[in-house]
Design a protein around this ligand. Sequence first.
Ligand SMILES: Nc1nc2c(ncn2[C@@H]2O[C@H](COP(=O)(O)OP(=O)(O)OP(=O)(O)O)[C@@H](O)[C@H]2O)c(=O)[nH]1
Length: 656
Amino acid sequence: MGSFRRAPKIFFRSPKFGSPSYTHRLSWTQFGWNRHAFCSHSRQNSRDNVNFTDLSQFPPERIRNFSIIAHVDHGKSTLADRLLELTGTIKRGHGQPQYLDKLQVERERGITVKAQTATMFHKHKFQGADVIDAQEPLNFLLNLIDTPGHVDFSYEVSRSLAACQGALLVVDAAQGVQAQTVANFYLAFESNLTIIPVINKIDQPTADPDRVKAQLKSMFDLDPIDALLTSAKTGQGLEQVLPAVIERIPPPPGNCSSPLRMLLLDSYYDEYKGVICHVAVVDGTLRKGDKISSAATGQAYEVLDVGIMHPELTPTGVLLTGQVGYVVSGMRSTKEARVGDTLYQHRSVVEPLPGFKPVKHMVFSGLYPADGSDFEALNHAIERLTCNDASVSVTKESSTALGLGFRCGFLGLLHMDVFHQRLEQEHGAHVISTVPTVPYIFEYSDGSKEQVQNPAALPSNPKKRVTATWEPTVIATIIIPSEYVGAVITLCSDRRGEQLEYTFMDSQRAFMKYRLPLREIVVDFYNELKSITSGYKSSDVVKLDILLNGQPVDAMATIVHNLKAQRVGRELVEKLKKFIDRQMFEITIQAAVGSKVIARETLSAMRKNVLAKCYGGDVTRKRKLLEKQKEGKKRMKRVGSVDIPQEAFHELLKVS
Ligand SMILES: Nc1nc2c(ncn2[C@@H]2O[C@H](COP(=O)(O)OP(=O)(O)OP(=O)(O)O)[C@@H](O)[C@H]2O)c(=O)[nH]1
């Protein structure tokens, strides 16, 4: 049995915010796996027992669609793995922990960023009244959707819930209810889903399931009797999960004899097949060869392939009412595959499905090709990637400093970082991203108002024309051990927060709600526990320019609160001084608000001689060093006459 060790999780959580259970991934041998808990079930439910390509044996009453939702790290993906193994969908010891975390970025960071669906088959002796033959175990088709836990990817959760009738709400038995548990519970609750509480990690020495049951009761009115106690690590209690899913979660509604209507849940681009759409069939039947139309674009397509994710793409030739699967229909881009769209039988008349709530972008940043001539390649890469991440907004923009690029809207800083990483890893794009900014509203003397996503779009002296400014705020939910209350209150008031609620969940945990300016939390507060609603409040914000040798660098401009401009300006110029290499002439780095320079540093002239330490006449070595320098230069951005390395842009992100 190979080692399943996975990269340790990156925890941004500040120690002030409680006692984070920092856990490394364990290998199978360390797991102390209780094999007996699974052997009989795996055999009973192995693929051999089910002709899984004949979906006609699964009418809606034999289907259950459910999500696994939880706070970050409470064990969703591990639980999903165990359920896939239990049903024989993947082999135990398949060599890849967190099977559904397929992206390189997910494996490297140890977090789920994409919701993933897998179809499983499970035999169960149903006790419910509405199934005729309760004496014999029946085959059920179960669609499991594993979702991300971090708030920046909550759009993935809300989309997934649209395809489900129930959700497993997983809570860590030691950590108890956390901010994202609250946020995800309400997402599921508002979607009218049946919620099954699963108290996981009961094997931990600090596990306290009774305390968690009490929290679930007091916060969500979930009956303690309904809670399942599990350890996805040892296998304890897992045999109750699928029976609970089958017995408690209702089958999908929908009418088998109505004309086809299906919801486009997600999509991704495949080099050979084009766009692959994940769909939930709400009514009717979809068959290979059918002609379908999109309600959003009106365009018609032929269904070239259709099937289920079992867990990889498995052609079935048909998808029936209530089933979740994939469709290949020759779509080529995101403009065609619109998440939330209704697909229906060509020429039939149907009412489009409600789709999804529009996304609220929290952070905007410019993305530019590191090498200006790669604009088209970056355009192509963004087009492909947004096919798999519909929550990013993209508009073209140009910067005097960086040339042609894109202004992109993200759900948070982690989301922005992940998108950036995916562009590099999955599409080979080298990208420079500008300082992230939140959207401000500016009112001008003529009474007009404008939402500004790019500081460069503002005139340098906004006070001349701007009569009022508003900044976005969030309502942040913070759950912390009581001993950190003082520290958190100080932190929040330091960030211009306004306390809205402060109660104790039990003797050990406090629950607080703050209204905080988004700008204050977006950069270095970003993995704190927060659940977000939004609004704007009047605020005194100014544009902070960065000037190199007297020339403003539009891509480095930022909007900050007036009171913080001085400090942020000073930090920015100090950082830039560290990251810009000395060049053959002197460089002045300044921060300015309007025409007033508020910070200044000077970088004296010097040529970086990479051959300085290369004595003697080894030509090959010298050539190698010069080539390396040339390669390094590719990752530089020339602004006026100054070369700025990509890292300098990245470092600016860390100054708030
Ligand atoms: N002790 C113990 N550890 C567990 C258990 N279940 C999961 N873990 C560990 O907890 C960590 C997080 O597990 P994941 O399954 O990645 O958690 P997640 O909720 O999917 O995380 P995100 O997708 O990033 O939100 C991993 O190190 C797991 O090995 C359990 O029952 N007991």
